[in-house]
Design a protein around this ligand. Sequence first.
Ligand code: ATP
Length: 341
Amino acid sequence: MKTRDIVVIPGDGIGPEVTQAVQRILEKAGASIEWIEHQAGLTALASGADVMPQETLDAIQHYGVALKGPCTTPVGKGFSSVNVQLRKKLNLYAAVRPVRSMPGVKTRFENVDLVIIRENTEGLYSGVENEVTPGVVMSMKVASEVACTRIARWAFRYATHRQRNKITVMHKANIMKLTDGLFIRCAQQIHKQEYPNIAYQETIIDAGCMRLVQDPSQFDMLLLENLYGDVVSDLCAGLIGGLGVVPGANIGDEHAVFEAVHGSAPDIAGKNVANPLALLMSAVMMLNYIADQHGDEGARAVATRIRTAYDQTLEDGCKTRDLGGELGTDAFADAVIDRLG
Ligand code: ATP
């Protein structure tokens, strides 16, 4: 693998412990990375900076790729969300969350294999909220043809490259006729005009969630607007063992930030019990992204090596507490390192 400068944001809560575990595994696996460390969230605030410091954004823009731990945004103190700012300011419009059954992790369903694509810049995350009159507040849901078409095209292109065969849009266009109506119209158009060979379906989101928990094998890729994507990601995490095993990528045309779906989990922070796997899997996605972007097959080989090692670790019954095991964060990382071929 060619040496790369990559920004790392350890984040808050369990962020620093899982990030450190992942960096250790990457190094032992032979990933040649110079980490450029920057802060965001509470850690940034504590050092006197903004929750989303401009220099962190500048660094990601400069280096192009970041690995990010979860960041906390203080609630109700006038701060806008770290994640929302990051995604909007860097135009990381596509969130990708692969959800697959993990070896050795017993859940209600076997062989779950879904990919969630979430629109990352609009919807109810517009941040436009008003008090219309005392006692009446409103939040604005925004949808633009440009963003709806862009995410639909991105999803179909991903489906083509990854040999996925069906995209299902989950929506509530029967109620939000304009916003969700636009979202499905743009998806229909991209399907019809550009990707007729990929199967396309729509489902009203409430019924879709019921079908998901009854039989996830009915679905392949899910395409959702921002808030639905957030909620359905956690629902799907529940199908395969929880938030400790769902990675994520936020991708734009020029930059990409890789982070687990889970938050900073303050309830277990600092106890060396958090599962580092979701961030490790996000790092594997990052290596594959680098391989695709730069034709660096060395990066892909490191990714495969790590993936084989963590699959083997789970198969051998070495698990953290959230998956029914007993290992702490560091011990799990050691177990993965022991299995690097
Ligand atoms: P956010 O609003 O950022 O999503 P949250 O508090 O709603 O944050 P998480 O921080 O993701 O959600 O935590 C939800 C639950 O899942 C918590 O009980 C937490 O302990 C658990 N959890 C999250 N991530 C992990 C992990 N990596 N390992 C073990 N447990 C986790």
